[in-house]
Design a protein. Structure first.
Length: 166
C-alpha cells in the first residue's frame, strides 16, 4: 500500500460457500463505490470531470437502477423494476443524500432477494434476452458491473481531491 491509497481495504476472505462468497464480493464492490462519495460536498458529487458527463452521484444512481433491474425485475420478477433507464444524470432537485440512501436500500433489497432465492442455480423469474439465467449469472454480472463502476468512481474521486484506494 502506498501513502496515496488512503481508502484501501482488504478484499473479503469469505469462502464458506458459493452464495456467501458471491455476496461478500458484491458487498465489497458496493462499499468501494460508496466509499468514493464519503466526505464530499453536493457540488463535488455532481462534478463532471469527463466528456461523457459521468459524475460520482450519477454512477450511484445508475448502479441503483442496476440493482433494482437485475435483482428486483429479473431475479424476483417484480414488474415495477422492469423499466429503469439507467440514467447517470441526477436532477438538481434530488439531493445527494437521497440518491445514496436509495442505493443502500436497493442493495439491501437485492441481498434479501438473493437470500430468499438461496440457490445460485435457480433460474431467474424473468428471462434475460429471451432465456432464463441463473441467480449465479446475475450475481456475477452485477459484481462485474459494480466493480467496473467502482473503478470509474476511483478515478473521479482522485480527480476531485486526490483520494485513492479501493
Amino acid at each position: 500500500m502506498t501513502a496515496f491509497e488512503t481508502q484501501r481495504r482488504p478484499v473479503p476472505r469469505a469462502d464458506g460457500g458459493e452464495l456467501d462468497t458471491a455476496l461478500a464480493f458484491l458487498a465489497f464492490a458496493r462499499e468501494c463505490v460508496l466509499k468514493k462519495t464519503e466526505d464530499l460536498t453536493e457540488e463535488q458529487l455532481r462534478r463532471v470531470l469527463v466528456p461523457t458527463g459521468t459524475n460520482l452521484l450519477g454512477l450511484v444512481q445508475h448502479l441503483t437502477d442496476g440493482e433494482r433491474y437485475w435483482f428486483g425485475h429479473h431475479v424476483a420478477g417484480l414488474a415495477e423494476h422492469r423499466d429503469v433507464d439507467f440514467a447517470m444524470a441526477v436532477p438538481d432537485d434530488v439531493p445527494a443524500h437521497r440518491v445514496l440512501a436509495a442505493y443502500r436500500q436497493a442493495c439491501a433489497d437485492s441481498d434479501a432477494i438473493v437470500r430468499a432465492v438461496a440457490d445460485p442455480a435457480r433460474p431467474t423469474a424473468t428471462a434475460v434476452d429471451g432465456e432464463p439465467r441463473s441467480l449465479r449469472w446475475v450475481l456475477a454480472h452485477m459484481t462485474g458491473e459494480t466493480t467496473r463502476h467502482a473503478g470509474h468512481a476511483d478515478i473521479l474521486r482522485e480527480q476531485i481531491d486526490g483520494t485513492t484506494g479501493r
